[in-house]
Design a protein around this ligand. Structure first.
Ligand SMILES: Nc1ncnc2c1ncn2[C@@H]1O[C@H](COP(=O)(O)OP(=O)(O)O)[C@@H](O)[C@H]1O
Ligand SMILES: [Mg+2]
Length: 307
């Protein structure tokens, strides 16, 4: 058994009637990692998460939390798990702090000091004594996360945490999840149907479709040499294409309205940008996506619904 893996799924399966909704899923998540669970709507993400946290039973397979089997030792295993699966229950007329005190009573050994600690970890320190009804969606979610980690779990699971958040909220979520993973040494599992968000948040991503694990990919290893699909927004795409072809002998530059697209690795992106600016092109934006992951996801969903 991998000693650093605090969450392990082994052949986790859910059948409802004749349908297999989750089909023999196996993966490990180590301490300190933000692990993405990516798949289109209906892929089986929520069902898998509900099995991990014991909200529904497994038809087959087992989940281990710190080596403890969830099926056989449910309560023992759940002491190490924090999760937000459905909307967390909050008392809107109480303050954030009062809500946390309320939840702290449900666990033994949560001190006042621990409450302060989680409040700081999720960045709610300045607003914690305000009533929850005044909180934005992002703040409510932070409070939910604070609540879920009060008892110092080793695994934190969030089902579609970016739903309803604006880009700034998503960036903040990413920042504090990374801090949590690092500072508390938690393994964090986040699900999403959006590749772009996963790329921002996660160290590794598992792709699932129709309940099956398609692949697990690392997003940060070897990033420097990985070919990425790069889109550059520019004032004159044709001129930009010519510049790249003549100066850098880059071939396969696709021209679209207001932008060009090409394949390049991370270092090449820097050179390309410099060349374009030097040649007088205006650059309004640069986007890049890990090619293999995006292609795989596009093939899988069969559309261009990635945003
Ligand atoms: N209780 C249930 N009974 C029957 N089918 C279900 C039930 N729960 C989920 N499903 C089906 O299982 C599939 C996976 O659902 P879900 O896990 O919610 O996907 P995701 O979270 O990836 O969008 C969907 O086709 C859904 O309709
Ligand atoms: Mg879902």
């Amino acid at each position: 058994m991998n000693e650093t893996a605090v969450l392990q799924l082994r052949n986790v399966t859910k059948k409802i009637g004749r349908r297999t909704i989750v089909d023999h899923l196996s993966f490990d998540v180590p301490r300190g990692e933000v692990f993405g669970f990516l798949g289109p709507n209906g892929a089986g993400k929520t069902t898998t998460i509900r099995m991990i946290v014991g909200l529904i039973g497994m038809s087959d397979g087992e989940v281990y939390v710190q080596g403890i089997p969830v099926k056989k030792e449910f309560e023992n295993a759940m002491r190490h798990v924090g999760a937000i699966v459905e909307n967390p229950e909050m008392y809107k007329f109480l303050t954030g702090y009062q809500n946390l005190v309320h939840y702290a009573r449900m666990h033994s050994g949560v001190t006042k000091q621990r409450i302060q600690e989680v409040v700081e970890l999720v960045g709610l320190k300045n607003r914690i004594h305000e009533k929850v009804k005044k909180y934005s969606l992002g703040m409510r979610q932070r409070l939910g996360v604070a609540q879920a980690i009060l008892h110092k779990p080793s695994v934190l699971i969030l089902d579609e945490p970016t739903n309803g958040l604006d880009p700034a909220g998503i960036r903040e979520l990413r920042d504090y999840l990374r801090r949590l993973a690092r500072e508390e040494g938690i393994a964090i599992v986040v699900s999403s149907h959006l590749l772009s968000e996963m790329e921002l948040m996660c160290d590794r991503v598992a792709i699932i479709q129709n309940g099956k694990l398609i692949d697990v990919q690392s997003l940060h290893d070897a990033k420097t040499v990985e070919q990425r699909r790069v889109t550059i927004e520019t004032d004159d795409p044709l001129r930009a294409k010519e510049t790249l072809e003549s100066v850098l002998s880059v071939t396969d530059v696709a021209v679209r309205e207001g932008e060009i697209e090409l394949l390049a690795d991370r270092e090449q992106i820097a050179v390309i940008t410099e060349m374009l600016v030097h040649a007088g092109s205006k650059i309004y934006g640069i986007r890049s996506a890990s090619k293999s992951l995006e292609d795989q996801f596009l093939e899988m969903t069969g559309s261009e619904q990635i945003v």
